[in-house]
Design a protein around this ligand. Structure first.
Ligand SMILES: [Zn+2]
Ligand SMILES: [Zn+2]
Length: 122
């Protein structure tokens, strides 16, 4: 699941600080902001049945792995994003690779600035 990771308990505090998870007192649900657009995301934090791992699930967002390796859940590698920003980030990566491959530059791209952003659905 994209919006779901398991983390070591020792990393939990750091992850909470880095991702700025805001817990309601006495609850395991939290609010957090998309790190690009600031949209409010909701999630839950639970202790796994194995005891020492914590599962973080984001209802309406996803964890982006900066190095592209989805098994690398080190806190430094994770960015929390809404689905729209996540898609845009990956689309931009695809465009950059295409530019590099074809030897083109950003000015060769069509001007899409007047197009409405399209909703990806989730
Ligand atoms: Zn966003
Ligand atoms: Zn990603």
């Amino acid at each position: 699941m994209e919006g779901h990771i398991s983390v070591d308990k020792t990393k939990q505090m750091y992850l909470e600080q880095r991702l700025k998870l805001q817990f309601s007192r006495g609850e395991n649900s939290f609010e957090v902001s998309c790190q690009i657009c600031g949209k409010k995301l909701r999630g839950t934090l639970t202790i796994s049945k194995f005891g020492n791992a914590w599962n973080i699930h984001i209802d309406n967002g996803t964890f982006h792995h900066q190095d592209g390796n989805h098994k690398n859940n080190s806190v430094e590698n994770l960015i929390l994003l809404c689905h729209i920003c996540h898609k845009r980030l990956h689309d931009w990566g695809i465009i950059q690779r295409w530019l590099k491959k074809t030897g083109k530059t950003i000015s060769d791209l069509p001007d899409c600035s007047r197009l409405k952003p399209y909703f990806t659905g989730y």
